[in-house]
Design a protein. Structure first.
Length: 446
């Protein structure tokens, strides 16, 4: 861009300034410099087209004719011998093969022995961006930090994730602080961050025990709860001041503060707060302090150890989602036996339940294996599959775009050899925004 500004200046200055000056005097451009500048002017439109993604792969017109379409929609439709049409990056039509005609101009993918499912959604990811730029242990609460700047298009982690049928993720800061900033909801394909982005900020990331206790010389839960609460109350006061002004209750316009402004969707319940919270006492505090008193939408981010014992109060609250992982089992010393964590939450009555990898703690591409482990320890396979598609999308408030195969939704799909919860199954083809981003026939990842 420096060269471009130099060229523009040259058109308005007879002295033709170039990038060289001697003793404060302009040096006239020679023939070679003028040739380079002319060549740059010629190439500039092409460079700008590339920079704006004009040469990016466009969404394809695809027709899937498969043995089974598992829609994960509200009716839980499963269509045997089904056809799904996608165009312009969206799902266009779904139905039995005998009822859906494939128009001319569509690339037909005919796999009569395969399953077509929604793209899998990871609700707890630290691996969609540059790892070293993900987290800063500055203060115990860091409202001003964002993961948006850490996203890394076409990273190796994202490529492996796509090969496992994972199409979207919530990329969040770590849990070394009680408040580590705001996360980003992103697709796992795209030539730029703008191509990938679903929502930014996508969530507020909070942590209530375990890792934050190691902050500097160590802090107790008592202080952590106090410190987190006072930070949230400052943000709430900012939001309420703006609400009073917007409703006409006061003529005094508050000063805009970038530090606190991203909290406003949190208190309007338009954005979730993902909370690193795991054992009984900590989850109980999460429900009481954040969901009941501050009235924000909460996604329990680990829900492990004996946290399932809080399920009555979580269900009573009625608006809390949970994902279990990366730990899927717990040895209960009182009962002297191993408990399946997801199973205990489910049998306690929680239906807004999903699975996470906490990647890279567990590699992102092993999310379906985590779900399979949850089933091995007592959960139900179909509910586990729903938990990593539709329920995960609902927990992130992006179900209007992804998480199920429905007309008008984003064309994010995975073509599998069988049930993804069965570890013997493999993802053979992945589509994001109507583009094939992984094809095992061209290059198998694993």
């Amino acid at each position: 861009m420096t060269c471009w500004f130099a060229c523009r200046a040259a058109e308005n200055d007879p002295r033709t300034p170039v990038s060289h000056a001697r003793n404060g005097q302009y040096r006239e451009a020679g023939p070679q410099a003028r040739h380079v500048r002319g060549l740059f002017r010629l190439l500039l439109p092409i460079l700008m087209l590339v920079a704006t993604g004009a040469f990016a792969n466009e969404p394809q017109k695809l027709a899937f004719r498969v043995g089974k379409v598992v829609t994960m929609d509200a009716q839980d439709r499963v269509i045997n011998n089904g056809v799904v049409l996608i165009a312009d990056g969206k799902i266009q039509q779904i139905g039995p093969a005998g009822e859906v005609a494939i128009p001319d101009g569509y690339q037909v993918i005919d796999r009569p022995d395969h399953w077509l499912l929604p793209g899998i959604v990871e609700a707890h990811n630290h691996a969609a961006g540059a790892m070293r730029d993900l987290h800063d242990y500055v203060y115990l609460t860091n409202p001003g930090l964002r993961t948006l700047e850490a996203l890394e298009p076409e990273s190796e982690n994202n490529k492996r994730s796509r090969a496992a049928g994972i199409t979207a993720a919530l990329n969040i800061p770590g849990s070394g602080n009680n408040m580590s900033g705001f996360g980003t909801i992103t697709k796992l394909a795209g030539e730029s961050v703008d191509d990938m982005l679903i929502r930014s900020p996508g969530c507020l990331k909070l942590s209530q025990a375990g890792n934050p206790e190691r902050y500097w010389y160590g802090v107790s839960r008592t202080f952590m709860y106090y410190n987190l609460r006072q930070t949230m109350e400052k943000a709430l006061a900012y939001h309420q001041a703006w609400e009073r002004f917007e409703k006409g209750e006061t003529q005094e316009k508050p000063a805009f503060d970038l530090f606190w402004d991203d909290f406003r969707p949190v208190f309007r319940r338009e954005m979730i707060s993902l909370v690193h919270t795991q054992m009984y006492q900590v989850v109980m505090t999460t429900v009481d302090m954040l969901a009941k008193k501050l009235k924000i939408r909460v996604l329990l981010g680990h829900s492990t150890f004996d946290a399932y014992k809080t399920v009555p109060m979580v269900v009573e609250q009625g608006d809390i989602h949970a994902t279990t992982g990366p730990r899927q089992l717990y040895f209960d010393r009182q009962q002297g036996r191993i408990m399946g964590i997801a199973s205990r939450w489910w049998h306690g009555g929680l239906r807004t339940l999903g699975i996470n990898t906490d990647s890279p703690v567990i590699p992102q591409e092993e999310l379906t294996y985590q779900a399979a482990m949850a089933c091995y320890y007592g959960w139900k396979p179909y509910e586990a599959l729903r938990g990593i598609t539709r329920i995960s999308a609902e927990s992130l408030m992006i179900e209007h775009r992804v998480g199920s195969i429905e007309n008008g939704k984003d064309a994010d799909l995975g073509l599998w050899t069988g049930d993804p919860i069965d570890p013997r199954s493999a993802c053979e083809l992945t589509v994001i925004n109507g583009r094939i981003v992984y094809d095992a026939q061209e290059k198998r990842e694993f």
